[in-house]
Design a protein. Structure first.
Lengths: 84, 464
C-alpha cells in the first residue's frame, strides 16, 4: 500500500531550532508541555496585500487567546503574478 | 486573478481572499517600546522584528502567497508550516483539505482558514516539530490559464452529471466473515461483498453494524434526494443478510448521519453526526432499535463531524472532525475526553490535534487488535471519501496523541463506485460504503446498467 507522506513529530516546547527531517512512514504525533502564556502579539502585515483572512485572524487572536494584538507594517516577499 | 475567477464563476458571499483596507483591522501600531511575546510575520520577510520571537507562514517550505498558489496550480494542497523565523523551528504544521472547493479561490480560502487554525494553535501551544521538507512550485501565467481552462471544463462536466444523476449517491456493502477481516487483510479482496439495495431516490451510507441480544442490524444514514436531508434508519439482518427494508428510527429537523453506536452500562447509545445543528447529542435506545431518546448534549456550538468514542484507561475518548471557522470539514481532528459518557466532555489541550487531509477525519469505530487501538481515517487527498487509511494509535493520553497510518485502501477498478467512506464491523458482519451511480430517470438507469455491466448494481460481487 502507498505510504507517501512525511512524518510530523512534536518533541519539546521551546523555540530552539531543530534540523529539518523527513521520515518514510506517515505518522502524526502531538505532545504538549507547559509554557509561558502569550499576552501580546504583533502582526507584520502588508497594507497593500491585506485579505479578509487577516481580519479573521486578528479578531480570533484577540477573542480566543486574550492577547493584545498590534500591527507592524511590512511588505510581502513575493506577489502573485511575478515571474517565477 | 482571484477576483476575476470569482466574477467569472459567480462565487457569492464574503471570502477570506477578499481584499480589505488596513483600517478594517482596527489595530494599533506596535510601538518601539512594546515588547510583543510573539510577532506573526504575514509578509514572510523575516526581518521586521523590533523585539520578541517571530514566526512566519510557509507553504511547501517557502513564504508568501505565490508559493501557496503554485501548489494549488500543481494540483495539490501545500504543507502549511508555522516557522520560528530565525532558528527555522517548525511550531505547527498541517496539510489542509479542499474537498469542498471547486475553484482555485475556494481552495485558496481553505488554506487560509487552516493558516488561521495553525497560528491560533501556535499562540496556545508553540511546540517545535520537524518540517515536511517539500519544495514550492513556481507560478507561471501559462499554468494559471491551463488550470482555469481545466477547472471550467470540470465544472461543466459536474453540472451535466448532476442533471443526469443524483449526486452524491452512496451505497452500503456488507459481508459475513468467518475468516480474517479487512483490518487483517488490508484489502477489499476476499469474501464477496453484497449491497443493501436502495430505491434510487434514497441512499444508505455510514453503516454501523450492531449485534444486540443475538440479533444483527445495521444503522445507516438514510438520505432522501427529494428532501436533501437524512435520517437514521436501521436495516434488520438475519442469517442470510437483510431481513427487511430500512426503517427510519431517528429524525431531527436537521441533517443526521454517521450513527456511531455503542453499548455501555447496560444500555445502547447512539451519537449521530448533527453538525448542521452545531452540536452533538447522546441518544439512548428505548426500546432498541426503533426508538431513541435524547439523553445529553455532549458538545454545543461547534461544527463536529463523525464523532467516534472509545473507552480506554478509565476514560472515554472522542475523536471528531471539527471545522474551525471556514474551510474543509475533513482536515481537522479534535479529541475530547470524559469520565462519564454523558459528560462533561473536555477538549484535549492540544486541540486541534491534527490538520491533515489524509488522516484526520474518522471513518468508523476504533478497533482493538492485540491490545493496540486502530482507527479508520478518511484519506481525502484525491477528494472527499476517496480512501480509507488504517491508522494505529500509538499514543493517547491527556498530554499527547500519536498515530501511524499503515495502509490506505482505495477503490479498485472492479469496485462499484470510486469511493470508500466508512468501515465498521460487529460480530461476523463487516460493512463498508462507497459511491454509486444513481440515474435520475429509468431510461438512463437501464443504459447505465447495460454500459457498466457487472460494475453496477449487482446483488453480490467480489473484488479482486
Amino acid at each position: 500500500m502507498p505510504v507517501d507522506a512525511p512524518a510530523v513529530t512534536l518533541e519539546s516546547r521551546t523555540f530552539e531550532a531543530k534540523a529539518r527531517t523527513q521520515s518514510p512512514s506517515r505518522a502524526n504525533t502531538a505532545t504538549l508541555r507547559a509554557g509561558p502564556p502569550i499576552r501580546q502579539v504583533a502582526l507584520v502585515v502588508d497594507p497593500a496585500q491585506l485579505r479578509l483572512a487577516h481580519y479573521e485572524l486578528t479578531r480570533r487572536l484577540a477573542a480566543e487567546s486574550g492577547a493584545c494584538v498590534t500591527t507592524i507594517r511590512g511588505r510581502s516577499v513575493a506577489r502573485i503574478g511575478a515571474r517565477g | 486573478l482571484l477576483e476575476l475567477e470569482r466574477a467569472v464563476r459567480r462565487l457569492p458571499g464574503a471570502r477570506l481572499t477578499d481584499r480589505i483596507d488596513v483600517r478594517l483591522l482596527l489595530l494599533a501600531d506596535c510601538r518601539p517600546q512594546d515588547r510583543p511575546d510573539l510577532i506573526i510575520d504575514l509578509c514572510g520577510q523575516q526581518a521586521a522584528s523590533p523585539s520578541g520571537r517571530t514566526v512566519r507562514v510557509l507553504y511547501d517550505g517557502a513564504p508568501g502567497e505565490t508559493a501557496l498558489l503554485g501548489a494549488l496550480l500543481a494540483g495539490r494542497m501545500p504543507v502549511i508550516e508555522i516557522e520560528e523565523a530565525e532558528a527555522g523551528a517548525i511550531l505547527a504544521s498541517g496539510i489542509p483539505c479542499a474537498d469542498n472547493a471547486s475553484t482555485i479561490l475556494e481552495a485558496f480560502e481553505c488554506v487560509l482558514a487552516r493558516v488561521t487554525t495553525l497560528l491560533l494553535s501556535v499562540v496556545r501551544n508553540p511546540t517545535p516539530r520537524p518540517a515536511a521538507g517539500r519544495s514550492a512550485h513556481p507560478v507561471r501565467m501559462r499554468s494559471l490559464a491551463a488550470f482555469e481552462a481545466k477547472a471550467v471544463a470540470h465544472s461543466i462536466v459536474r453540472r451535466l452529471y448532476a442533471l443526469c444523476f443524483h449526486t452524491p449517491h452512496w451505497r452500503t456493502c456488507w459481508r459475513f466473515l468467518d475468516g480474517p477481516d479487512l483490518w487483517q487483510t488490508r484489502t477489499l479482496d476476499g469474501t464477496a461483498w453484497n449491497v443493501i439495495p436502495d430505491p434510487g431516490f434514497r441512499f444508505y451510507a455510514d453503516p454501523f453494524p450492531f449485534v444486540h441480544q443475538g440479533r444483527s442490524c445495521v444503522f445507516v444514514e438514510d438520505w432522501d434526494h427529494r428532501r436533501n436531508k437524512a435520517v437514521i434508519s436501521v436495516v434488520p439482518f438475519g442469517d442470510a443478510g437483510p431481513s427487511g427494508p430500512a426503517e427510519p428510527v431517528l429524525e431531527e429537523p436537521w441533517h443526521l448521519s454517521y450513527p456511531f453506536i455503542l453499548a455501555h452500562d447496560g444500555e445502547v447509545w447512539m451519537i449521530p453526526e448533527s453538525s448542521a445543528n452545531r452540536g452533538l447529542t447522546l441518544y439512548r435506545a428505548d426500546p432498541f432499535p426503533t426508538r431513541w431518546v435524547p439523553e445529553a448534549a455532549l458538545l454545543t456550538d461547534i461544527e463536529v463531524s463523525d464523532a467516534t468514542v472509545v473507552y480506554r484507561d478509565g476514560c472515554f475518548w472522542m475523536f471528531a472532525a471539527t471545522r474551525d471557522g471556514r474551510g474543509s470539514w475533513s482536515d481537522t481532528l479534535s479529541i475530547f475526553h470524559a469520565r462519564d459518557l454523558r459528560g462533561p466532555w473536555q477538549p484535549h489541550q492540544g486541540n486541534p490535534i491534527l490538520v491533515d487531509q489524509a488522516a484526520a477525519r474518522p471513518a468508523g469505530a476504533v478497533v482493538e487488535r492485540d491490545g493496540k487501538l486502530w482507527r479508520p481515517v478518511q484519506d481525502c487527498r484525491a477528494g472527499y471519501g476517496t480512501g480509507i487509511g488504517l491508522a494505529e494509535i500509538t499514543r493517547l493520553d491527556h498530554e499527547g496523541f500519536a498515530q501511524k497510518v499503515h495502509a490506505v485502501l482505495r477503490a479498485p477498478p472492479d469496485w462499484p463506485g470510486r469511493r470508500l467512506h466508512t468501515l465498521n464491523r460487529a460480530g461476523r458482519l463487516e460493512c463498508i460504503d462507497g459511491a454509486a451511480y444513481s440515474p435520475r430517470s429509468r431510461a438512463l438507469s437501464r443504459r447505465v446498467q447495460t454500459w457498466s455491466g457487472r460494475r453496477e448494481l449487482p446483488a453480490s460481487f467480489a473484488s479482486g
